[in-house]
Design a protein around this ligand. Structure first.
Ligand code: SF4
Ligand code: SF4
Length: 279
């Protein structure tokens, strides 16, 4: 009979996840600040199951980068559905407490759980120079979702060797001092590579957010304030009924507007490129 680790991963992949891995909840607990640990969400937590997937290759052909992020984010919505049902699957089949933690932030950019950390600890990739997004060795950048459970499972653990930088990025950095991701967004990203390994990495999250999350809830709050402070009724009307405000309001009901990145730093990464290019 298949062990439960394989059975759970196979179930997730059968539901449309591309990859699945398992992390130890207590290992993640030790690395996370209080309030952001798996056991802060589910006190009986023993394991964190992470699933990942890729946007369709067609997504990368969309000319407008704002639309790319929104279309790609649908992949996340699908993962959330699978992770939610995985909690039900584990509770029904194995009888262990399980849940799908909400992916939303509890503060402006303070997620309840660090999904990147969970993916790393489940062996699904390593931090990259592209804003520390997790890079999977085969598929490149993925979206992730998690299920936390009290079921004790054997952890996959972090990868032994980092995926980033790719060999071609090391060569490029040695030649011209940058890599495809940093070159795509030098204002937000910078870093150094030595002996084939990342030595330093900078990601300007505040700057990235003003470019890539311009219709996020904080952006909407600022627009409401701007409209409230506008004394000219005609201008106030233009703000509230305008396209930008409308997109931001829509973001409250259609999540892909909330958190989508512009993905320009993701686009040129050589890792997983073959899955982003089709006929
Ligand atoms: S998501 Fe866009 S704005 Fe943010 S770091 Fe990447 S390329 Fe830059
Ligand atoms: S482009 Fe190169 S340096 Fe940048 S994330 Fe991809 S592998 Fe890493």
């Amino acid at each position: 009979m298949r062990n439960p680790e394989d059975a759970i991963k196979k179930w997730a992949i059968g539901q449309n996840a591309l990859v699945a891995g398992i992390a130890s909840a207590s290992d993640i607990d030790q690395l996370q600040a209080e309030g952001h640990r798996p056991s802060d969400i589910l006190p009986s937590a023993k394991s964190v199951i992470v699933i990942g997937s890729l946007p369709f290759a067609g997504t990368w052909r969309i000319p407008d980068y704002k639309v790319v992020g929104e279309v790609a984010f649908q992949c996340n919505e699908e993962l959330y559905r699978i992770a939610y049902h995985m909690a039900d699957y584990i509770e029904s089949k194995y009888g262990y407490e399980s849940l799908f933690p909400p992916p939303d932030s509890i503060g402006n950019w303070s997620p309840l759980l660090d999904i990147k950390r969970c993916a790393e600890m489940a062996g699904l990739g390593s931090r990259s120079l592209a804003g520390e997004m997790i890079l999977h060795p085969e598929y490149g950048f993925l979206y992730f979702a998690v299920t936390i459970t009290s079921m004790p499972l054997v952890s996959d653990g972090p990868l032994k060797d980092p995926v980033c930088p790719a060999p071609s990025c090391v060569r490029l950095f040695e030649k011209i001092g940058t890599t495809p991701c940093m070159n795509a967004c030098p204002d937000c990203l910078s870093g150094t590579i030595k002996d084939g390994r990342i030595v330093s990495s900078r990601y300007d999250r505040n700057r990235c957010a003003t470019r890539a999350q311009s219709t996020s809830p904080p952006a909407l709050q600022r627009q409401i304030l701007g409209a409230a402070e506008e004394t000219n009724p005609a201008k106030r009307k233009m703000i509230v009924l305008g396209d930008y405000f409308s997109r931001s309001v829509k973001s409250l009901s259609y999540r892909s507007h909330l958190d989508a990145t512009c993905m320009e730093c993701w686009r040129p990464c050589p890792v997983g490129m073959k899955y982003r290019v089709k006929k």
